[in-house]
Write a protein that binds this ligand. Structure first.
Ligand code: NAP
Length: 240
């Protein structure tokens, strides 16, 4: 049994990963900034932007799975400074697994630039490992939600490879047991257009527009799709 600290434990993936690590026999500490958000004795309160809180939170850890992230506010600071702080606060010899996003380095978007910069910090650190995942089912559903008169509006030809959160969690549980053997990428079982995603998840009529811009052009070229060496699987996308 090892001591595993999960940052971002209250997030979409963290809520699935924490019980999966627990079930695999690890002693889990689930990090949140707000006391009481994790209803259990293994909650630990800390902020990746406040190094003074990280020492006690990471004390005795064998492995840190770093999921804390904030795409909406303080994005770059949380990703880059936060990752630097977590790397520095680890006990000597503790590994750190950082979850990033497939194609973040080839898809022009500010959040993805911050992920790419944080990846570089992790790769340069001893016992630092980067694992990238494609978009989670919940995000794919959110991005294609019907917003105009009951219709989903999506960029024509945009491609994604949505992955189930519980599959990502199961791969990360394996990575905690053998960080050196962690896969570079995790993806879902199918490559889908966003129009197909909208139909499957929401059953909605879809308006596919030729949306311009470098971001959509990259996604249309397949920048968010996992590579041939990715670990792929999990449930196909259905109702979220
Ligand atoms: N969503 C996707 O489709 C997807 C795909 C591939 C990779 N990823 C990556 O997977 C990771 C987890 O994603 P997610 O969607 O599960 O995230 P999420 O739902 O947005 O949750 C992020 C968590 O980070 C914590 N957090 C934010 N700022 C923090 C800070 N300053 N200090 C400590 N904790 C902080 C929040 O916890 P509190 O508010 O409780 O403190 C929150 O629970 C992210 O790194 C993301 O880039 C996501």
């Amino acid at each position: 049994m090892s001591v595993v600290v999960v940052t971002g434990a209250t997030g979409t993936l963290g809520r699935v990963l924490v019980p999966a690590l627990h079930a695999a026999g690890h002693h889990v500490r689930a990090m949140t900034r707000t006391a009481g958000r994790v209803r259990s004795s293994y909650e630990v309160v800390a902020d990746v932007l406040d190094p003074s809180t990280l020492g006690p939170a990471l004390e005795g850890a064998d492995c840190v799975v770093h999921l804390a992230s904030n795409p909406r506010k303080d994005t770059r600071r949380t990703e880059v400074d936060g990752t630097r702080n977590v790397l520095a606060a680890r006990p000597p010899g503790a590994s750190l697994i950082y979850l990033s996003i497939v194609g973040c380095d080839r898809t022009p978007f500010p959040y993805y630039r911050a992920k790419t910069a944080a990846e570089a910090l992790v790769r340069a650190a001893p016992d630092g490992y980067v694992v990238r995942a494609t978009q989670f089912h919940s995000l794919a559903g959110f991005m294609t939600k019907p917003r105009v008169l009951g219709r989903s509006v999506v960029p024509r030809g945009a491609l994604m490879q949505p992955v189930a959160e519980d599959f990502v969690a199961s791969v990360l549980v394996g990575a905690v047991g053998d960080p050196g053997g962690a896969p570079a990428e995790i993806g879902g079982p199918e490559q889908l257009t966003m129009a197909e995603i909208a139909r499957r998840v929401h059953g909605s009529h879809v308006i596919s527009l030729p949306i311009p811009g470098r971001f959509v052009a990259a996604v249309r070229r397949g920048s968010l799709l996992a590579g041939p060496d990715a670990v792929t699987g999990g449930a196909p996308l259905g109702a979220v």
